[in-house]
Design a protein around this ligand. Structure first.
Ligand SMILES: [Fe+2]
Length: 464
């Protein structure tokens, strides 16, 4: 008997239609001064997958809600990558995914860049990101794909799904990792959009690196023990392994520095999928991130036994790296598991007071999020905003109010799916009043599958 992969069922199942819906019904009221577009990307396989399907494999699909003058409109579009177009022409899937060996004999390349993971706005351009390849330039508000974006041919590495933009200088820092040397490369893009430099960084083994962090003067590179197994790449079996013997270390490199300038700090083995932020405080570099004891996320199809689920529950932690003494400290900040941390991004790399994360419920094994956690890092206070029974959301993107002076003066925005009503909403929560009902619930009469990361594009940047 065949069992449906749970990542192809319920609200993880892909939608096939690209739709456009105007003047959506709103429960509550959209703030009149909220003007922009919430865009979120996620996996949405165009065709029946080949081999074992992993949630990270599906073709990228963008879901956007344009908000203006108290009204909202929705549209969704596939990211039209080269691989997507080739498969569309042939009418079937050509590439398998993470759980199968790469197709080194495929004339169109061993992997498909799915462009399904995250979005970044930089230099007046929205990019859809996938950490194994180049970004894709996306038009706003149409969500059409312009094409791959390689910085005028200067991009020589893969491109993380989580670059960091310094809102003060406008610079963007990113890295790319690879199973073969150079295992890690680090790059800086100027505010003007020019890729200024790419430097190789020495690490002992090829590792999977999902995120990084920056401070005013440094970039933090995460060498954590999810290692590549090159043999498995050709013979089959998991390509990535949880391998704590490889050690865990955080490299602190001056923003415009090179390999020789990296200061490495050993930490107890763990994995970090997502960082919240980092900043400098006297002699210390402080990192806040969601930490797991171990991970099998990239090694199986998401069907871990319950004991592993607890070991792999992500919890917010803070590390302090003393640049003078080399001392390291690590402390947990919340017993409640949470992931997909975000901040008011005008403070990326600077000391922030508040962060927001998606809350992980105790009673489900799928990656569902049943609310928001708001952290006040000054007082240690944690506030929860539950989405309600049978309702699951995702990453909360912070949208600052125009002209705001307080750090948390704005809204958290996410898509919520109501499992009982089988209905999708874009939920808008007042970030200064987390325990209240959402200020607006935008009803979307189309299914919006669970996905990964989003971005808010301010109205001033959006064309007609
Ligand atoms: Fe991510």
């Amino acid at each position: 008997m065949s069992v449906t992969n749970p990542f192809l069922a319920d609200n993880f199942a892909p939608v096939r239609e690209e739709t456009q819906l105007e003047d959506l019904r709103v429960i509550g009221e959209l703030p009149r001064d909220m003007n922009g577009m919430f865009v979120r990307v996620g996996p949405n396989p165009q065709f029946e997958p080949i081999g074992t399907y992993h949630w990270f494999d599906g073709d990228g699909m963008l879901h956007g809600v344009r908000v203006r003058d108290g009204k909202a409109a929705y549209r969704n579009r596939y990211v039209q990558t080269k691989g997507f177009e080739i498969e569309r022409q042939r009418g079937r899937a050509i590439w398998s995914g993470l759980m199968e060996p790469p197709q080194f004999d495929n004339p169109d390349g061993p992997f498909k860049n799915a462009a399904n993971t995250a979005l970044v706005w930089h230099d007046g351009r929205l990019l859809a990101l996938w950490e194994g390849g180049e970004p894709h330039h996306i038009r706003v508000p149409s969500l059409e794909t312009v094409g791959p974006y390689d910085y005028g041919g200067k991009l020589t590495s893969a491109f993380t799904a989580h670059p960091k933009v310094d809102a003060v200088t406008g610079e963007m820092m990113f890295f790319g990792y690879a199973p073969m040397p150079p295992y890690l490369q680090y790059s800086v893009v100027a505010a003007s959009g020019e890729l200024l430099r790419t430097v190789p960084i020495d690490i002992p083994a090829g590792v999977m690196i999902h995120d990084c962090a920056v401070t005013e003067h440094y970039t933090l590179l995460l060498d954590l023990p999810v290692t590549f197994d090159l043999q498995a790449m050709t013979s089959g079996g998991p390509v990535l392994n949880w391998n704590p013997d490889n050690g865990a270390r955080i490299g602190v490199i001056p923003r415009h520095g090179s390999n020789d300038d990296v200061r490495w700090f050993e930490i107890p083995p763990c994995y970090i999928f997502h960082t919240t932020n980092a900043y400098e405080a006297d002699d210390e570099v402080v990192l806040i991130a969601c930490r797991v004891n171990s991970t099998s996320v990239l090694m199986d199809d998401g069907q871990s036994p319950a004991a592993e689920q607890e070991d792999q529950a992500p919890r917010l932690h803070r590390w302090r790296f003393n640049m003078k003494t080399g001392a390291v400290s690590e402390e947990g900040l919340d017993d409640v598991p949470s992931e997909f941390p975000r901040i008011n991004e005008s403070l990326t790399g600077r000391s922030h007071r508040y962060s927001y994360a998606a809350r992980v419920p105790a009673d489900v094994t799928m990656p569902l999020f049943d609310g928001f956690q708001k952290y006040d890092h000054q007082t240690g206070r944690v506030e929860s905003h539950p989405h309600g029974p049978g309702r699951y959301g995702g990453e909360g993107v912070f949208v600052p109010r125009d002209g705001a002076s307080a750090e948390d003066d704005g809204w958290l925005v996410t898509y919520v799916y109501d499992q009982t009503q089988r209905a999708a909403e874009m939920v808008v929560v007042n970030a200064q009043d987390m325990t209240a009902e959402p200020v607006a619930r935008v009803q979307i009469p189309a299914r919006v599958p669970y996905g990964f990361h989003g971005a808010w594009v301010a109205g001033e940047y959006i064309g007609a």
